[in-house]
Design a protein around this ligand. Sequence first.
Ligand code: SAT
Ligand code: MN
Length: 585
Amino acid sequence: MSSHTTNLNVLSWVQEQVRLCQPDRVVWCDGSDQEAERLYQQAVNEGILLRLNPEKHPRSYYHRSNPNDVARVEQMTYICTSTEEEAGPTNNWCEPRSMYRRLEGLTRGAMKGRTMYVVPYLMGPPGSPLAKVGVELTDSLYVVLNMRIMTRMGDAAWQQLGDSDDFNRGLHCLLDQNPERRLICHFPQDNAIISVGSGYGGNVLLGKKCLALRIGSYLGRREGWLAEHMLILGVESPTGEKTFVAAAFPSACGKTNFAMLVPPTAYKGWKIWTVGDDIAWMYPGADGRLWAINPEAGYFGVAPGTNGATNPNAMATIARDTIFTNVALKPDGTVWWEGHDDPPPSECLDWQGRPWTPASKEKAAHPNSRFTAPMANNPSLAREVNDPAGVPISAIIFGGRRASTLPLVCEAFNWVHGVYMGATMGSETTAAASGAVGQVRRDPMAMLPFCGYNMGWYFRHWLNLRKKIKLPPRIFQVNWFRKGNDGRFLWPGFGENMRVLKWVIDRANGSVGAWETPLGWVPRTQDFDLDGMENFDSSDFENLQNINLEEWRREVLSQDELFMRLYSFLPKEMIFQRELLVARL
Ligand code: SAT
Ligand code: MN
């Protein structure tokens, strides 16, 4: 099959990898609809995908992953830089040469009897100065078909690349999906990724966490921009003014829901536009503002809990052209998950293909089951998503998942204080990574699993960027997940988060006041819109905003755990901010 590129750097690298992996066939993908049709059919024939009911789920498919392979594996994820210091204390590090040797042992002959797919892809709008080209070689059809949704795959990549050697080299081999032989390795100095032994999204869709965040953050430091684990949305007021906001939350904390938010009925004329739901690449613009693009072209979202009330736009987005992974399968060829609009089916197959009924003890869908859907299907897709320049960011939000301590919303005093807020973010762990769920861990800027270099230097990079941004976005902290003594969430969340967003953009536009607290600026009760809320009044709001000094003294101590790990690399501004906070408390 023709390669669609004459780029000698690409051709010789692919040849080299073919010699190593020894596939029976090499297929160069072009990303076209005809190709997709052929590959979907082939995936169905090979039992990798199941075609869903075409009336209820047009052009949609179902996949079950290996039950031992359902989330990112942070303990098997490596940053391979020439010195350990560059990877820093929060990453697994390995010297590149020895890791290359180990991986060569694993990948030699790994595609014998199999097909190698060559997947060219572009991260970011065509023609954007920030867009990056990657080529992923994979022996997984599932990866090819997911990459086709998640990235701009095919000619757009070759066009952006031209004759250049500046592309990410990605190699993915399924091997036997043995967790013992699972490794996700990044070589930022070579702009290269090698992932073996897994078939799960975050480990193998190399454009996403591997390139757009780990390698991206490394390149961003070198080139003067930021690769962040952030959604991007636009708030349009009834008069047509648009304000863009970027927001970081750890995996599986509702970024997709927030990015597609539908304002409550009381917000007549207000509209939220989705630019991105997971990743933001941000750079200081010539006009002194911070600009952002979404490098992706689709959503790899958590299915459980997604329904017409929590996220109607997502439901519309996944109504067709979608790949569902590890959800439950109903006898009529439709899908279901915990928190779906439909009631639990009287019978179905669970995510492992076992018969399931409502009496079953286990969940029908895996808690980290996912949908992969093209952003073009999203009714709230922002027009600006294909703009090479991106959108100007007026506010940055850092969100945690905390049952206590953190108020609903709070604004940093200034950029440095905001960086400190982001750096000290704590969150309870979720099912998006393997390991225990529900423990508070420090997750600076929601980047702990995704920063491709020394986290201390990353804070320094954030601080330095301030000098290049004349009109910096305001920085906020939010927590949708605070609970009362009875264990119930205090804040309804979802569409009601519009109320928080409204205060945030009013602050960013300088049109509303605030109260000063030890933590930062918070909304005056009279400025926070509670109109039309049921069973929620100003005393509930004050409860939600309550700052418990005792809890905060403990919080500062627990923040120190991360600071101690990073100590020798920590910018001293972070220590000063800590001292200032303690003094205010
Ligand atoms: O599974 S992914 O890493 O792609 C999604 C996430 O964890 O944020
Ligand atoms: Mn994510």
